[in-house]
Design a protein around this ligand. Structure first.
Ligand code: SF4
Length: 703
């Protein structure tokens, strides 16, 4: 364990992808205290409100699942069983389905909060031994458009920048993100840089006026969905103003001529009208970007969670490419990871279309390499089911069994009524969880109690490719076990070899060996080194010496076959469900400052409820007036999928015609009418398969 002084351990925050270092101490009465780690490269002692209150979530164990439970058929109640009973039965059911219907009849739906070692063994089990690629994670709901964008433009899913680039940048283009609330410690650094250097320019693009806008020089309050139009217009102005990097374009990119034709198809004035922002503000934005020596683009869900999420990503990355702002200090496209280990999950290949160490599922040599390394079944060439596809397949009966780990799809999936129908129809549901609260438990045939943060060891990778170790500080509650151990025990019950790891360090070393020679090579790492260096950015091949923060592509050689970055021309058609006379408003959803995901941890902390105790519908005062709605009225929000009943909050922070709901709330006092995803739809980006959470048509009326 990385024990700093007696009873104080170095670990990492389990919430957002910023990856702040935390010191967790065990007091004399066995309770845990947390503080920011002053020696940590990321946060230097600072924590946001969620991180600061983590000890409450650890010390309150009243909601924890304590022992395995199982029902013998759907009509019987759950009853307490031993671990052997639960895993024997689960293995028997999985074997039966696999024998009868094939390996694709079972699936794992996991989480960007899983540790790298957990992701690794689940991925190895399903892809390498069961013989299916049916593993997907809630990262599909959050990062998959960015993954595809990076792969298409740069050749691999590789975030090229590091946090130290913040102090080298003089222009920030923050789009579809509210880092002041969702990545607060990164944003404090941007704010401090701006305060010390008033000439630094910050442009925020968001249909809502968020806290991140308070330090912005320009807030482009665009109409929802018009990001590509805006980015292409800025690209056109950069070309017209001679603010592109011709040498970089000639030597290090492909596709510029077609891009130029594409962006010149629409005038900037037309774009301003479509986006609903002033022509002058777009021109000022292009002027700031054109004059920048260091240009950082930052984004999260506003771009990713879209039926055109990949196009939005590509149109943004294009701005870095045409200006040559990549692979040098203060510059690059920086996708802010939503979850703490979405990046680590991708490194081990934990999505239905990936293989470990950024290998490609559609490459027969890569499949063979992995199969030979693991020594199990041949890797199937058929991509597995993505998050939403799994629930469609459960409902139509083609998927028989699902194993859900560390995520609550009955709050977080779009069109969540469909997910309810799916779980009701599923033949067999395993839920591996820490809390007795999630709605999924009502559908479980087997419930497996998992160890929580501080009760297990492992590693995570943050938004800047920084790997850190999480110490085990406490024994798990009751009979709970670490997720990694549960999966390894299950694999052995299935009769598979290769899962008898002595500990998590062994799992890490196997993962590290598998990265050898790839672009994310961490074969030089093991737990002792990571703990000794405190944190390490990848790549870290054998015999590396960590000196300073790293950025990628400093030699301007990209990971595409031609070693050139690809500028993709993308059209700006919007694929979302459009408002009409029956559903005239656009609903967009998102996070609040002090809650995390589906609230199984932050929902336990009274202090965090002080910011926003209940979900509210934000609506523009003019829209509210036309509907005779006053601030605080209960309103009914309806879409073609379902209904939400909730208090209205009138705010000028939204554009007319747009309403906003927070994503966190599920059942409150047995009512699920606070749940935003009753309303959202199942449209997904055709390539990334990421859902369109930021755009659906609704109507609002006084209840
Ligand atoms: Fe945790 Fe993110 Fe807050 Fe840091 S910024 S303390 S990682 S939630």
């Amino acid at each position: 364990m990385s024990e700093k002084k007696k009873n104080t351990f170095e670990t990492t925050c389990c919430y957002c992808g910023t990856g702040c270092g935390i010191l967790a101490s065990v007091t004399k009465n066995g309770k845990v205290d947390v503080e920011g780690n002053p020696d940590h490269a990321v946060n230097k002692g600072m924590l946001c409100s969620k991180g600061m209150n983590l000890h409450y979530t650890v010390n309150d164990r009243s909601d924890r699942l304590l022992y395995p439970q199982m029902r013998f058929n759907k009509n019987m109640p759950l009853q307490r069983v031993s671990w052997d009973n639960a895993l024997d039965r689960t293995a028997a059911v999985f074997k039966t389905f696999i024998d009868k219907y094939g390996p694709d009849s079972v699936a794992f739906y996991v989480s960007g909060q899983c540790l790298t070692e957990e992701y690794y063994v689940i991925n190895k089990l399903i892809k390498g031994f069961i013989g299916s690629n049916n593993i997907d994670t809630n990262s599909r709901l959050c990062m998959s458009s960015a993954v595809v964008g990076y792969k298409m433009a740069l050749g691999e899913d590789s975030v090229p920048v590091c946090y130290d680039d913040i102090e080298h940048a003089d222009c920030f283009f923050v789009t579809g993100a509210n880092p002041a609330w969702c990545h607060p410690i990164i944003w404090r650094r941007v704010e401090a840089h701006k305060a010390a250097n008033p000439n630094v320019k910050i442009i925020v693009v968001d249909p809502r006026k968020t806290d991140s806008c308070s330090v912005a020089d320009i807030h482009l309050q665009i109409n929802p969905g018009t990001d590509v139009t805006l980015n292409n217009a800025i690209g056109r102005l950069l070309i017209e103003n001679g603010r592109i990097n011709s040498e970089f374009l000639k030597n290090n990119t492909e596709g510029f001529e077609r891009y130029k034709e594409q962006v010149f198809e629409r005038t900037v004035a037309e774009a301003a009208s479509i986006c609903g922002v002033s022509l002058n503000d777009i021109k000022r934005t292009a002027a700031y970007i054109g004059a920048a020596k260091g240009f950082l683009t930052m984004w999260t869900m506003g771009l990713n969670q879209s039926a055109i999420g990949v196009n939005k990503n590509l149109s943004l990355i294009n701005l870095n490419l045409i200006t040559g702002h990549i692979g040098k200090p203060g510059s690059g496209p920086f996708s802010l990871t939503g979850q703490p280990n979405a990046m680590g999950g991708r490194e081990v290949g934990g999505l239905s279309n990936l293989l470990p160490a950024h290998r490609n599922l559609n490459n027969p040599l890569h499949r063979k390499e992995i199969q030979e390394f693991w020594g199990g079944a041949a890797i199937s060439e058929k991509p597995g089911l993505t998050a939403t596809e799994m629930f469609e397949a459960l409902e139509n009966g083609s998927l028989k069994a699902i194993w859900i780990i560390c995520t609550n799809p009955l709050v977080s999936l779009p069109d969540v009524r469909q997910a309810e129908r799916a779980l009701k129809k599923a033949k067999f549901v395993v839920v591996q969880e820490i809390s007795n609260k999630p709605e999924t438990l009502a559908y479980a045939d087997v419930i497996l109690p998992a160890a929580a943060w501080l009760e297990k060891e492992g590693t995570m990778t943050n938004s800047e490719r920084r790997i850190s170790h999480l110490a085990k500080v406490l024994e798990p509650v009751g009979e709970a076990l670490p997720d990694r151990e549960i999966i390894c025990r299950f694999a052995q019950k299935m009769g598979f070899s290769g899962f008898d790891f002595k500990n998590d360090a062994d799992v890490y070393e196997e993962h590290a060996a598998l990265t050898s020679g790839t672009s994310i090579d961490v074969s030089g790492l093991n737990y002792e080194l990571i703990k000794g260096l405190k944190t390490v950015q990848w790549p870290f091949p054998k015999d590396s010496i960590q000196t300073e923060s790293k950025r990628l592509f400093e030699d301007h050689r990209f990971l595409t076959p031609s070693k050139k970055a690809i500028i993709h021309s993308v059209g700006d058609a919007i694929a979302s469900e459009q408002p009409d006379d029956n559903f005239p408003l656009i609903l967009t959803t998102g996070r609040t400052r002090d809650q995390w995901h589906t609230m199984s941890k932050t929902g336990k902390v009274n202090k965090l409820k002080q910011h926003l105790a209940k979900a509210l519908l934000e609506i523009h005062p003019d829209d509210a007036a036309s509907l005779q709605i006053k601030d605080g009225d209960i309103v009914s929000v309806n879409s073609r999928r379902g209904e939400v009943q909730i208090k209205a909050s009138l705010t000028n922070a939204l554009k007319r015609g747009v309403v906003f709901l927070p994503m966190h709330w599920g059942k409150v006092l047995n009512s699920d009418l606070n749940r935003a995803n009753n309303l959202t739809n199942n449209l997904v980006d055709p390539v990334s398969k990421e859902p369109d959470f930021k755009f659906c048509a609704v109507k609002v009326s006084k209840y």
